[in-house]
Structure formats: C-alpha cells, structure tokens
Design a protein around this ligand. Structure first.
Ligand SMILES: Cc1cc2nc3c(=O)[nH]c(=O)nc-3n(C[C@H](O)[C@H](O)[C@H](O)COP(=O)(O)OP(=O)(O)OC[C@H]3O[C@@H](n4cnc5c(N)ncnc54)[C@H](O)[C@@H]3O)c2cc1C
Length: 543
C-alpha cells in the first residue's frame, strides 16, 4: 500500500490550495485524489466556455435535487465541477469575498480565529490583484484577480439604471464596503480562466513530493479505532487503498464531503442504519445545515442587439467581439456572462446588503440551457438572497459512492426568505423600468405583467427559483450538536481527519463562495502544518 504524509480527497478550490501549501516546503509527501479528469478542455480555459460546461456531463457532476415541495415539486439543477480545479473550473469566475460581518458572525458563534480581521490576511496573501496592493488587496499571491476585459456595453446601461433607481455605485465589492452597483472583478489571467488548479496546482506539478491522481473517486475513508489511516478507491477496475501518515483531508465539496463521511460510517445514525452502513462514529450534523443562495431570474425582451442571442445582428456583433480575443485577449470570448451586478438592501433600514444582483446581457433561462429563449434579443437579472434562513440536507440514496447523494434544497421554506425574495422580484422590475435600460425595453418575458400581487409573485418564485450555485454548510464548523468539525476543521470524534472545503461554513457568506473556500483552505494549511510541528517561524511563508 502506498503511503503519503497527507492524502487530500478532491482537487477542487480547496483541494488545489491545500496541495500547493502542504507540498511547498518540501518536508511532506502529498497525494491529491480527484474523481474527475485533468482540466485540459478549452471549455474550461476560454471563459465563454462556461455556457457549454453547464451541459457537459464529463466535467460537471450535474446533480438534480429531489422534488422540492417548497418549489412546486421541481427538481433543482445543481452543477458542480468534476475535474482538477473542481467548481472553480466551471464557475462564473466572479471574485467576491462576502461581508466583514459574515466572518465576525462565525467568530461570534465560538469559532476562534475566523473573524474578518483574522481571515483578511489569507484573502490578501492568496491574491495577485492587478489593480495593485492596498489595505484590502495583495499582489504576491498565485490567484490572479483582474478587471473583466469583456464588458458588453449594455452593462453600463444596467449600472446607470440601478444608480438612477437609488442604489450607490461601488467599484470594489471586496474593499471598504460591499454595498453598491458596479463591475465584478474576475479570476482570470490574460483573458483566460484562472481556476484554483491553474493558480495553485499546475505550476507545482513538477514537485517530487506532490502526487496527483485523477479519475479516481474515493469510496471510503479508512478509520481504525477512531483514527483516519487512509482512503480506499477503485482504480482501473481494482480496489486499492492509500495510507496517510499524518492526516486525511476531505475536500470533496459541500455535496460530496458529507456523502463520503456517511459512506465511511461517520454521520447520523438513523441515516447510516437506513443503508446498512456500520456506525464508526455518530455525528448528527453530517449533511444537515445545507444553505444556498436562492435566486430568481427576471427576463425582458429588449431592443438592443449587442447582446448574446441567436439573432443576425447579435451574431455579427459577437463575431466582431470575438475577433478582439485573437488580437488582444479581450472581448466576448472572455465573458463571464455576468460582468456587472451589485449588493443592495431590500429595505433601506438594513445595516448591510441582503441581496446580490447579477446582470446578464441575454434572455437567459434554465442556467443557459434553454436555447429557445436565446432566439430573442433580451436581458436578464438574477437577484439572490445573501443570508437565507431555510436549511436543506444531504443524505444518501444508497451505500454506493457512484450513486449521487440525495439533495434536499428546501429553499423558500422560511417565511422571511419568501418575503425578501418577493421584494427582490419587485426590485428587478424597478431597475428594468428605469432609464436608460427602460428606453429600449420591449416587454417582460417573466415575470409577466400580470404578476403583481405578493401572492402571484410567490407563485412565480415557486415556479422559477433556482440555486446560484453556492451550497455550503453540510459539515459545519462549531461546537454545537450539529457541528461536524472544530475551528481547526478537525472532525469531531475522529483523529487525523479534517474537512476543508465550502461545507465547513457554519453560515453562508454574503457573496459568491470560491474566494472564501480558498481562504478556508489556506488557513487550514497553516493549522495542519503547525500540528506537524513545522517550523513556527516559517509558517508565515506558507500562505
Ligand atoms: C456553475 C457554477 C458557477 C459558480 N460561480 C461562482 C463565481 O462566479 N464566483 C464564486 O466565487 N463562486 C462561484 N461558484 C461557487 C464556487 O466555485 C464553489 O463554492 C467552490 O468552487 C467550492 O469549492 P470546494 O473546494 O468546496 O468544492 P469543489 O471545487 O466543487 O471541489 C470538490 C472536488 O472534489 C471532487 N470529488 C468529489 N467527490 C470525490 C471523491 N469521492 N473522490 C475524489 N474526488 C472527489 C470533485 O470532482 C471536485 O473536483 C460557482 C459554482 C458553480 C458550480
């Protein structure tokens, strides 16, 4: 059996950062196991490929939730990356950290070391900010953070309409204040996607102490006397295992990490019994506390033709835009589809934004998979709820790793979430109805003009709400009865096992989750190396 000091399960946002940081000093051998294949496809690297990635069955797990009673019995499409870089290889590349209050809240829940002031240095250290360094940004990290080089002109109209509707302007959502409307920064370098793999793994593949094994889905964490000793998996048709001298680190993401814990006998007893899995350690919170940004899309027909559409004038515009890529690495091929947006308050009396906007220069529906609607010149706006109160679960469909876990989103279960999302729909309509956007407005596609009362809007929400792809919380950090890991991300009750990925967030951050997940991994790496007695004076160099 092969032995490494650290075995990391999952080569996504967190796994790539960990693989880099744990192998950098050269003292430890690290093995990274990833279920998906290498990140070679151009769909990954060329930003506009995101549209194709939604439909790609090899690079995207393409989960569907169970039928959701709160959403008129619809299954909710839940894409997740299945390749090196994980979801950072198929995501929309928006670089957002969340609010100061998110991390101060984690700290107030008893998680020492996770306040904003304590996590900010990790965000800064991971980043190479193209605008230069300042109080909030760093320039020495491996992750390139850039201003988008694709800004279809209609984004400016959206920004001006939102400002005219009363929202402030903001040119740095990760700076002193998050509130306002503007352009997102993106994780791109020279017009190409800069995934966690590109930033943290690919440049380090020549390290002799780093082994990366792809197309290998771990099916169990091996646990002896409540100590994690390694992992098992099927490779080339044969069952194999790898041993970990120091630790096993689970970074399989918010859907798979709880699944793998349960398959390994760590989880709610009732759920393990249901699937005849031996209980190694009862841990009630595994798979509970699922939180995601519930999102509603409003779509309108528009007179502008410089939008993404299967129409003659748009096609001509797209060709001209695409040529810019070959000349200057700019233009439409580098689009993240939602270049502009912002963070706003559903009520002026709130102290912090509770809604996020993503503006889309296209009549888009069903995660971009509805190509019929793209035959219309149009625009769309996502509005999502930043701190939902509804909670879902991840459970098992069977005791087999290759059976997708059972996702119960339970969005809009809490009345407060419904109330705020009703306001969200009204806010989107108001911005669409404000000049300059309204000057070229033709008609609303959905919600239609008859959807005006709160009851009608709630029905619309039930029919149309979706995830905007930020599931977290299913192996949450804390000390309460649903906590799965402690503040050092060690699994309660099992030695030498940590969970390090988006699943450990006790509450969802107020923004997109890629940068926060990488911050979590960098912070965990310091904690892991400190436990291995790595020179305290050199720990600062790790990040
Ligand atoms: C379509 C989409 C758009 C998004 N847009 C943005 C955005 O614009 N900005 C942003 O900040 N965030 C965005 N996100 C969210 C963000 O990308 C994720 O929150 C983040 O990547 C999660 O990182 P992770 O390490 O927790 O999991 P992941 O990055 O998903 O990594 C988990 C990895 O583990 C692997 N794995 C799972 N099970 C096993 C197993 N048993 N054995 C081996 N390997 C396994 C998976 O294949 C995967 O590669 C988006 C996500 C999606 C899906």
């Amino acid at each position: 059996m092969k032995t490494f000091d650290y075995v990391i399960v999952g080569g996504g946002s967190a796994g790539c950062v960990l693989a880099d940081k744990l192998s950098a000093c050269g003292n430890y051998s690290v093995c990274l196991l990833e279920a998906g294949k290498e990140d070679k496809s151009w769909l990954i690297h060329l930003p506009i490929g995101i549209i194709g990635l939604m439909r790609d069955r090899t690079l995207n797990w393409q989960f569907n939730s169970q039928r959701e009673a709160t959403l008129n019995n619809r299954e909710i499409f839940t894409p997740r990356g299945k390749t090196l870089g994980g979801s950072s290889s198929i995501n929309a590349m928006l670089y957002v950290r969340g609010q100061k209050q998110d991390y101060d809240h984690w700290h107030s829940l008893g998680n020492q070391g996770w306040s904003y002031d304590e996590v900010l240095p990790y965000f800064k250290a991971l980043e190479h900010q193209e605008r230069g360094a300042d109080e909030y940004h760093g320039i020495n990290g491996s992750l390139n953070v850039a201003d988008s080089v694709s800004k279809p002109a209609i984004n400016e109209e959206f920004i001006q309409s939102a400002i005219a509707a009363g929202y402030p302007e903001n040119n740095d959502f990760n700076g002193a204040t998050q509130e306002g409307i503007g352009y997102f920064q993106v994780t791109q370098k020279n017009g190409l996607r800069h995934s966690a793999a590109k930033a943290f793994l690919t440049p380090n593949l020549t390290r002799t102490n780093l082994t990366v094994i792809t197309q290998t889905q771990v099916d169990k964490i091996l646990i002896e006397n409540k100590v994690a000793t390694g992992v098992s998996f099927k490779h080339k048709g044969k069952m194999q295992s790898i041993r970990a001298n120091n630790e096993v680190i689970l970074s399989a993401g918010a859907i798979h990490s709880p699944q793998l814990l349960m398959l390994s006998g760590v989880g709610p007893v009732e759920e393990l019994n249901r699937h005849d899995i031996d209980v190694i350690h009862p841990l009630e919170g595994v798979g509970k506390n699922l939180q995601d940004h519930v999102d509603i899309l409003s779509v309108a027909e528009h007179k502008r033709t410089n939008v993404l559409a299967y129409r003659p004038k748009s096609a001509w515009w797209a060709i001209k835009e695409s040529m810019k890529f070959f000349k200057k690495r700019q233009g439409l091929l580098t689009t993240v589809v939602a270049e502009s947006g912002g963070f706003i308050k559903s009520e002026p009396s709130l102290t912090e934004p509770d809604l996020q906007l993503h503006f889309v220069p296209a009549a888009m529906d069903d995660h971009g998979r509805n190509h019929k609607l793209l035959c219309t010149y149009g625009i769309a706006m996502h509005v999502c709820l930043l701190r939902p109160k509804s909670r879902g679960t991840i459970t098992l469909n069977s005791d087999k790793v290759n059976h997708h876990p059972r996702i119960h989103m339970n969005m809009l279960d809490h009345q407060d979430d419904i109330n705020t999302m009703i306001k969200a729909v009204k806010i989107a309509k108001n911005i669409f109805s404000t000049p300059p956007l309204s000057n070229a407005h033709v008609k609303y596609i959905f919600p239609d003009d008859n959807c005006t009362s709160d009851q009608e809007i709630h029905e619309f929400l039930k029919n149309k709400c979706n995830t905007i792809y930020h599931p977290v919380g299913t192996c949450k950090m804390g000390q309460d009865e649903l906590a799965v890991v402690d503040e050092q991300l060690k699994v309660h009750g099992i030695n030498k096992l940590r969970v390090v990925d988006a699943s450990i967030m006790p509450t969802l951050v107020s923004g997109n989750t890629n940068a926060p997940t990488m911050m979590i991994a960098a912070k965990a790496a310091v904690s892991i190396l400190a436990d291995a007695n790595y020179s305290a004076s050199k720990l600062g160099e790790v990040i």
